[in-house]
Ligand binder design. Structure first.
Ligand code: AP5
Length: 222
């Protein structure tokens, strides 16, 4: 397999990784790989992997590395990773980062760390509503659906994610601090690492992210 540029979006739950990854995928044509979305799809389809993952996700723990890595490899194989990749929610710990290094080889990495305050995490996550089939994401405080409790595009009734209940969010934050936050140093040392203030509006964060991506990618032109 050959790989184009790889953009890794790091950040705590609710930082806006998924929101920004979707926008960036639209503007760049890069393959969007969200392990959270892939796992939720497996749970919905009741695959063997989904059945193994469901309870773990509902507790806010990490799904075992080998299951997640299997999903990521399948997604690379089915997509066009040579066009570029946006990783959203992966890697999540040191073992996953090392596994990824093994797959990507010499591919160019750009890491963007989206930071936000804890109170904002709680507000964003408690306000998140999703269309269960299409995965379209809204927020009752910041970006509500024009159709109220229904998705503007698919008409589905919007739901709250099982793991968006407050005790689970607290657990996810703990897991983030213990397992994922150390990756900030891991990638900072590798270079091509940028912090982005995720506490601004979706549009402002998107502008900051796309400027960084354009700047870093244009530096690669001969
Ligand atoms: P996952 O789905 O990856 O959850 P997460 O990392 O906790 O991230 P979130 O989806 O909560 O937040 P986000 O940063 O994407 O924010 P979003 O853009 O949606 O993982 C879920 C679970 O799956 C894990 O707990 C684990 O069990 C398992 N899992 C996943 N990956 C794994 C892995 N690699 N290894 C092991 N297990 C794994 O935004 C949040 C809300 O805020 C939305 O409503 C949005 O509209 C709103 N919003 C976004 N940006 C802004 C803004 N700038 N201003 C105002 N509102 C905003």
């Amino acid at each position: 397999m050959s790989f184009g540029n790889v953009v890794i979006l790091l950040g705590p739950p609710g930082a806006g990784k998924g929101t920004q990854a979707k926008r960036l995928a639209e503007s760049t044509g890069f393959l969007h790989v969200s392990t959270g979305d892939l796992l939720r799809e497996a749970v919905r389809n009741e695959t063997e992997l989904g059945l193994k993952s469901k309870a773990i996700m509902e507790r806010g723990e990490l799904v075992p590395d080998e299951l997640v890595s299997q999903l990521v490899e399948e997604k690379f194989e089915k997509g066009s990773p040579e066009q570029g990749i946006i990783l959203d929610g992966y890697p999540r710990n040191r073992a996953q980062a090392e596994f990824l290094d093994g797959i990507l080889g010499e591919a160019g990495l750009l890491t963007i760390n989206i930071s936000i305050e804890d109170e904002e995490v709680v507000k964003r996550i408690s306000g998140r509503r999703v269309a269960p089939q299409s995965g379209k994401v809204y927020n009752i405080y910041y970006s509500p659906s024009a159709k109220g409790e229904y998705c503007e595009e698919s008409g589905e009734k919007l739901i709250q994610r099982e793991d968006d209940r407050e005790p689970v969010v607290r657990r996810r934050l703990e897991v983030y601090r213990r397992e994922t936050q150390p990756l900030i140093d891991y990638y900072r040392q590798r270079g091509r690492f940028h912090d982005v203030d995720g506490g601004r509006t979706i549009g402002q964060v998107a502008q900051a992210v796309s400027r960084l991506v354009e700047r870093e990618l244009s530096q690669e032109q001969p």
